[in-house]
Design a protein around this ligand. Structure first.
Ligand SMILES: [Fe+2]
Ligand SMILES: [Fe+2]
Length: 273
């Protein structure tokens, strides 16, 4: 059996330690779970998209866990498609790779092929978006009968696969349709995401969609009105046993419930137009 733990949305920075108090209790919980691999589904940093020190700080924290860690970037790590101030681009991707490794990757565990995707490229029209999609198709074609599990930051959709553009919250409809086509045509057992800072676990068309909660902070209902899932801080365990898997969302009681709403003006102040 192989145990993998998904952690997400830690939002850590040496200069903005608003959520730093939740790192030690998270790593204490992780040690007790004894995973073979930790997967961080993005927003590792407060602002690694612009600040080297956030990246180097987090590199050190991840190394100190003492377990192999694979990470994929969130919007705060590499920017967003067509963002007016922080567009995802080659410079930001290079910074991510310098500190935290590949932004998309594959890891085989016996009967399973785990694929980490850089969801910030979807809809960016960057050359890297095309390169990743071609790579993904290749990794699926060469999976050798292994079952597939995807990890990404931004969920493919929030409410329904055919929903319209949810803006900030999920992958835009055009790239989403390309990805869902791959999900439908292949044995993608689960799609795990972060970004929403909410915990949720549901099945559509035989594929499980797992929203991994943040271990840093939760988001109030004014910013996420009516959104599904629960306002939970925690992590997700995946136990792979032959072709079966068990995924469990854990609320971690030792984490302090911090609300972004209380500190957003300090952590992510509005930018001048
Ligand atoms: Fe986040
Ligand atoms: Fe995010």
């Amino acid at each position: 059996m192989h145990r993998v733990v998904q952690i997400s949305d830690t939002h850590l920075s040496p200069n903005k330690p608003h959520f730093a108090c939740n790192w030690e209790p998270l790593t204490a919980w992780l040690a007790a779970e004894r995973p073979a691999l930790v997967i961080h589904t993005g927003d590792v940093t407060v602002d690694g998209a612009d600040i080297d020190e956030d990246m180097s700080h987090c590199r050190g924290l991840l190394d100190a866990i003492g377990v192999p860690v694979l990470s994929i970037p969130g919007n705060h790590d590499v920017g967003e498609a067509y963002h007016p101030h922080q567009p995802v681009n080659d410079q930001r991707l290079a910074r991510w790779r310098r500190y935290l490794g590949e932004d998309f990757w594959v890891r085989d565990l016996e009967d399973w092929r785990l694929i980490g995707l850089n969801s910030m490229l979807f809809g960016s029209d960057e050359a890297e978006e095309r390169r990743q999609l071609a790579w993904l198709e290749g990794q699926i074609a060469e999976a050798g009968g292994r079952r597939l599990g995807w990890f990404l930051h931004r969920p493919l959709f929030v409410e329904a696969p055919d929903e319209g553009d949810k803006g900030y919250w999920s992958v835009p409809p055009r790239p989403r349709a390309q990805l869902l086509d791959l999900v439908v045509r292949h044995d993608v057992a689960f799609v795990a995401s972060g970004h929403l800072h909410r915990a949720h676990d549901f099945t559509v068309g035989g594929t499980r969609y797992i929203w991994g909660p943040s271990s840093g902070f939760v988001v109030g209902p004014e910013l996420q009105p009516g959104m599904a899932g629960s306002t939970t801080l925690g992590a997700v365990t995946y136990d792979f046993d032959g072709r079966d898997f068990a995924a469990t969302i854990h609320e971690i009681a030792a984490l302090k419930t911090l609300w972004i709403d209380d500190v957003i003006h300090e952590v992510y102040p509005p930018r001048a137009a």
